[in-house]
Design a protein around this ligand. Structure first.
Ligand code: GDP
Length: 588
């Protein structure tokens, strides 16, 4: 049964009338009307009552099986398989050096191309050590990793868990660890920042032992390598460790098959149209191949490797930028070479149609009945009432959406039920806020932000919008709310908003965003979020701010300026730089 089904749609599937189901729910103390969307709980309650076995799926999953039957689905034969490079994801706590490590590996092991070897951050790159290639996913963190898993695609063969030797194991280290373990992906620990005076690598080893990872040098089977991403030390040893693990894993793929891969990143390029980075997993992709990825299709017009060189073919474990899609696919979509263009189109259009239906369902689903908000859930519990917490969950990628949903479901209690009024990938929109108003829901965002219209509407209508970057922080809040101890909240005050209009490359400095300040004031050194289509893709600080050629301390709305973000270089026209401050607000 698709989540969010209405009584009207549900009843005939169970050979009952809508009135039967309304009555059943009424007996269970739930007042619903026939056109109302049901919570997961209610759907299951009815099935239980009727002795029916059901499987809850996100709307439209059934149809996908039929579409996939249009492709060659035969498993490759043993004789077709050849060795392939491992695909590695780097995970760990924020600031422990994931990005720096990826940069260091790249700097040390990627042979610069003749074209000048300009680093292209396309979502993944290949490094070579002693003639063996290793593919690194260039988006550190376990969110992207889980995004792929959530789509049933296991892209990662090995996880590098980065732990800073001065800081030790931190919450996201554990989160990353459990994601890797859940995926049964072998783990190599990179003990980073060993150049630091206060580095204590043995403490990290000890902490890892507490998590059940015993270092090889202590008689266990987890490889732990001491590195300094900053100084480029230990990188070779880390690469060797990865190759060793890859050898044990016996990673193979069949190159002579129509390619199947994964979309790692995709965006709309002003000049080139939709651009998707694909990680080829099976088979070989060629220029001219008809392809489909999610609801997008096309013919591969050109492919570019991680150094911006044009390539004609891409084999297993190779990341390539693919040009030629009619639309922008989503990160995490499977990309497949189709038997012909007609199939590619049929499949993509069927999916796009379905996606639109799901969207319509989500917004038409309101009202979902009187639920409670996170803020006042405790009052209901105290009065001994069973209450439903209505949630709208938005996340940057499918993976965090799934992970957050699962984690929340596990927190459900007898007296507090959860209903997901809407779940989706992407920024928080006016639509979401409207839905929250009508369904009395709390909006929870993961690495996503409300756009200005949504934010203003939420403020005006007092819709509770809670934004998180870490799942366990959200769970803490939900649990705290249930015991009436929601901690004081830090309210973020958005102080300014600038739109990227042009991007310049300045020698020795890097890329500078030519911006127009749309609202507020943008100040040098201020904290920023970098948004693309409402999704936070980077956080940090403004490193440089200029008006014309002069350094500026601040630039107000209506003026143009140049903004440099130092560490972040993936700037594109249309992106939004949002500056903000934290302010604590007392809870009542
Ligand atoms: P991420 O959030 O895990 O991607 O962390 P970053 O790669 O952005 O690194 C966070 C900070 O730690 C940056 O200021 C880096 O320069 C610094 N850093 C990273 N690796 C090392 C290292 O090996 N030694 C030292 N001393 N600093 C490092």
């Amino acid at each position: 049964m698709p989540r969010g089904i209405t009584i009207q749609e549900y009843a005939p599937k169970l050979n009952r009338t809508a009135a039967d189901l309304v009555r059943m729910l009424m007996m269970a103390g739930e007042m619903v009307t026939a056109t109302q969307s049901l919570s997961d709980d209610m759907i299951e309650l009815i099935a239980d009552e009727l002795g029916a076995e059901i499987l809850l799926v996100d709307p439209g999953q059934e149809q996908e099986q039929e579409l996939l039957a249009l492709f060659d689905q035969e498993e490759p034969d043993e004789s077709e398989l050849v060795e392939r490079p491992p695909v590695v994801t780097v995970m760990g706590h924020v600031d422990h050096g994931k990005t720096k490590l990826l940069d260091a590996i790249r700097a040390a092991n990627v042979v610069a191309s003749e074209a000048g070897g300009i680093t292209q951050h396309i979502g993944a790159y290949q490094a070579v050590r002693n003639g063996h290639a290793i593919t690194f996913i260039d988006t550190p963190g376990h969110e992207a990793f889980t995004a792929m898993r959530a789509r049933g695609a296991e892209a990662t063969d090995i996880a590098v868990l980065v732990v800073a030797a001065d800081d030790g194991v931190m919450p996201q280290t554990l989160e990353a660890l459990s994601h890797a373990q859940a995926a049964e992906v072998p783990i190599v620990v990179a003990i980073n920042k060993v150049d630091r005076e206060d580095a204590n690598p043995d403490r990290v080893r000890q902490q890892m032992v507490e998590q059940g990872l015993i270092p090889e040098e202590w008689g266990g089977d987890t490889i732990m390598v001491e590195v300094s991403a900053l100084k480029g030390e230990g990188i070779d040893a880390l690469m060797d460790a990865l190759l060793l693990v890859a050898e044990v894993e016996e990673l193979q793929a069949a190159p002579d098959r129509p390619a199947i891969g994964l979309v790692l990143e995709a965006h709309l390029d002003v000049g080139r149209g939709p651009v998707a980075t694909a990680l080829v997993q099976q088979g070989t992709m060629r220029v001219g191949d008809p392809v489909v990825a999610g609801g997008a299709y096309g013919k591969v017009r050109a492919m570019l490797d991680d150094q911006g060189n044009r390539v004609d073919v891409a084999g297993p474990a190779t990341p390539v930028q693919v040009l030629g899609f009619n639309d922008v696919p989503l990160a995490g979509d499977q990309i497949r070479v189709a038997p012909d263009e007609r199939v590619a189109r049929t499949v993509a259009e069927a999916r796009a149609r379905r996606a639109r239906q799901v969207e319509l369902m989500g917004t038409a689903a309101a009202p979902v009945g009187a639920g409670s908000k996170l803020e006042d859930i405790f009052a209901h519990i105290q009065r001994g009432e069973i209450t439903t917490l209505n949630l709208i969950l938005k996340a940057d990628v499918q993976g965090s959406l799934e992970a957050a949903t699962d984690a929340l479901r596990k927190r459900e209690r007898d007296d507090v039920k959860l209903a997901f009024v809407q779940r989706g990938v992407g920024g928080i929109t006016e639509n979401d806020v409207n839905l929250a108003i009508t369904s009395n829901a709390t909006i929870i965002g993961f690495n996503v932000r409300p756009d200005r219209i949504a934010r203003e509407l939420a403020e005006r209508e007092r819709v509770e919008v809670r934004l998180y970057e870490i799942i366990y922080e959200m769970l803490e809040d939900v649990e705290a709310a249930m015991v009436g101890m929601l901690a004081p909240e830090f309210e973020e005050i958005v102080t300014g908003e600038a739109e990227v209009r042009e991007v310049f490359s300045v020698p020795k400095v890097g890329r500078i965003a030519g911006c127009y300040v749309r609202s507020g004031v943008v100040k040098r050194g201020s904290k920023v979020r970098f948004l693309r289509d409402g999704v936070v893709i980077w956080k940090g600080e403004i490193a440089s701010l200029k008006r014309f050629k002069e350094d500026a301390r601040e630039v107000s709305a209506g003026y143009e300026c140049g903004i440099g973000l130092e560490a972040f270089q993936d700037l594109k026209p249309g992106d939004i730089i949002e500056t903000y401050e934290d302010r604590e607000i007392a809870r009542t």
